[in-house]
Design a protein around this ligand. Structure first.
Ligand code: ADP
Ligand code: MG
Length: 608
């Protein structure tokens, strides 16, 4: 006689689920154990937040829903972080949770909480199963719904009496072939609008293709690369759209981002929303007369902010781009000689200026007894990684979160393959990084980026974590050590959020000597104490790795950083944390370069 837990595990296996990200307790532990018995990998985390983040991005990387299993009440509350992250980023995520027995409702039962009411507004649907018969159908529909259409989160709640219940003697599991779902059906664009969009592109003075993470999720790289190649239109990737067309492509306008957005007159927007990441498609960042052709799977997205509903194409990006390519087959963009500075020249000169500035920062050697700058540290890491693994091979998957840590790394580490750069995303969620590392490892173990290529050597996951971002789920280092995930994690340690603060250094020194420091700071400063952005001065984060058998390096100098990077890259058996002391930037203005201000043009981090 099957138990509820067995029926749940079977439904998941029959849907093709190969990995579950979770954290168990009563009653969901039975589900996890049955899943393991069926050959599903269960990755056990230290906090539901991290496992829900991991499952959400696993869906993005593999193109199939990520599955997350948590306990009820507090477990669900923690997992809401990943539900929000999946809905903010449009990642397909199925969250499963246990809850108290149905007979205990309103009595104050163990971890009792009405998760359905709580989650209904934040998911594509949230449902509770109330009979063992309904389990396979509910799981299948939840899996299908989070995946089909615009991806997002769904939720299924299993009361303890359902998980632990026994099916009736005549209960029959559905045949596996009736459970398995095909990939989402793909719609193509309205032919009349495709024609209109093609004509508009042909007439453009300064056309631009923007490649978003929706294009990466749609696996439209072949179609988009062909379109770019054929039409010679410059392209600009969003942070997670990087690599759909290789960053090394000569038409990549990333280093001239501001100039490209400001001057483009016709923009083909492929799987990116006109939200804060793209400055709403509006002035002052965009030309007020720019015509935007939005291509999206979601009709609701068309016409939003500066979008023009009459130019919107609802459809799968790969198919729509092929349709456009057919209509543009005999066209190649050539700037008109009578239009002032041609768009490509404008982009080239802006890129040259920005790249020269970045290079200057990267090549400046660190003076003795001075902390590394972010730029210099990244330059050393990049050189070392390149010498171990040529960027064309696409062996490295980058994860990056933090403020400066993420902003600066984005432009320094180019990508030639899609879905190999994961960052804080649409929600700018800090704390996703370590979960993302674990998910990337799981995704590339099972789903190599190129199914036709041998997965040898396996992908190496390299993360750049701000010291603050790292702290949100630092304990997941133990998870990595436990599963022998040989990730290489750099903690960019400037002793603070955005930047460090000398007060934290003072506090640390006084702690060391157990005296009140009486240095040059004014009494007023000491009264104020630590700032809201301060973190412990030079905390030894690498010891989180060594404490569980991983490798830890504390580095201050260029040589130490180079050696630690090499050792960490070559390590194949356990996690490595490299704690890099970087310039704290005391007194610098607090800002997130991406949001920028009026003066963004003068901000060296703004050119991405
Ligand atoms: P970015 O962060 O790169 O700006 P967004 O997350 O804002 O990207 O936008 C991604 C968009 O891609 C979403 O609006 C989503 O609906 C869309 N999308 C996802 N999958 C597909 C697909 N297969 N075809 C077309 N659009 C898609
Ligand atoms: Mg910091």
């Amino acid at each position: 006689m099957a138990t509820g837990a067995q029926i749940i595990a079977r439904a998941l296996r029959d849907l093709g689920v190969t990995v579950i990200f979770g954290l168990v307790g009563i009653p969901v532990v039975d589900i996890a154990e049955e899943a393991i018995n069926l050959g599903i990998r269960f990755i056990a985390f230290r906090n539901e937040q991290a496992c829900s983040y991991a499952a959400s991005v696993y869906g993005y990387m593999t193109g199939r829903p990520g599955v997350c299993l948590v306990v009820g009440g507090p477990g669900v509350l923690h997992a809401i972080a990943g539900i929000g992250n999946a809905s903010g980023n449009n990642f397909p995520l199925l969250v499963l949770a246990g809850s108290s027995e149905t007979t205990g409702v309103t009595k104050g039962a163990f971890q009792e909480m009405d998760a359905i009411t709580l989650l209904t507004p934040h998911t594509k649907f949230a449902v509770r199963t109330n009979s063992l018969d309904s389990i396979p159908g509910a799981i299948r529909n939840a899996y299908r719904t989070c995946w089909y259409g615009r991806p997002g989160p769904t939720f299924v709640d299993f009361p303890a009496d359902i998980i632990q219940g026994k099916a009736a003697a005549d209960f029959k599991l559905p045949a596996p072939e009736n459970v398995l779902l095909p990939s989402p059906p793909k719609p193509s664009g309205d032919p009349a609008t495709v024609l209109k969009a093609a004509q508009l592109l042909r007439s453009a003075r300064a056309p631009l293709i923007i490649v978003g993470k929706g294009a990466a999720y749609a696996r439209a790289e072949t179609a988009i690369r062909e379109l770019v190649e054929r039409t010679q239109v410059p392209f600009l990737p969003t942070p997670m759209g990087k690599g759909v067309v290789p960053d090394s492509h000569p038409l990549n306008a990333s280093s001239a981002r501001s100039a490209a957005l400001k001057n483009a007159d016709v923009v083909l927007l492929l799987g990116a929303r006109l939200n804060w990441i793209l400055h709403f498609g509006a002035p002052p960042k965009w030309s007020p007369t720019a015509k935007i052709i939005q291509v999206d799977i979601s009709a609701e997205e068309i016409g939003r902010n500066a979008g023009n509903a009459e130019l919107g194409l609802i459809g799968d990006i790969g198919l729509v781009v092929e349709q456009l390519s057919t209509k543009l087959s005999n066209w190649r963009y050539q700037p008109s000689p009578t239009d002032g500075t041609p768009f490509p020249s404008l982009l080239a000169s802006s890129a040259k200026k920005n790249e020269a500035k970045a290079e200057k920062a990267a090549l400046k050697p660190t003076p003795p007894n001075t902390p590394l700058t972010f730029q210099r540290a990244y330059h050393i890491i990049k050189d070392t990684l390149n010498s171990l693994s040529p960027p064309e091979d696409g062996q490295i998957v980058y994860v990056s979160e933090g403020a400066n840590t993420m902003d600066i790394s984005r432009s320094i580490f180019p990508l030639n393959h899609p879905r190999q750069r994961l960052d804080a995303g649409t929600y700018a969620t800090m704390g996703v990084g370590l979960g993302y590392v674990i998910a990337a490892h799981a995704a590339y173990d099972v789903y190599p980026a190129d199914k036709n290529a041998a997965v040898s050597p396996p992908k190496k996951i390299v993360a750049f974590e701000g010291d603050s971002a790292f702290g949100f789920s630092g304990m997941e280092i133990e998870t990595m050590a436990r599963y022998r995930i040989p990730a290489l994690i750099f903690v960019m340690n400037n002793s603070g959020i955005y930047h460090g603060d000398s007060t934290s250094e003072d506090a640390w020194k006084s702690l060391q000597s157990q005296t009140i420091s009486n240095d040059t700071k004014s009494e007023e400063d000491h009264k104020k104490g630590l700032r809201s952005t301060s973190l412990l001065y030079e905390a030894r984060y690498e010891q989180l790795a060594t404490m569980c058998g991983g490798k830890g390096h504390f580095v201050r100098t260029e040589k130490e950083l180079e050696n630690a990077t090499r050792d960490g890259f070559l390590e194949s058996n356990t996690v490595t944390v490299v704690n890099v002391v970087v310039e704290p930037g005391v007194g610098q203005k607090i800002q997130f370069a991406w949001q920028g201000g009026k003066d963004e043009g003068s901000n060296k981090q703004a050119k991405l």
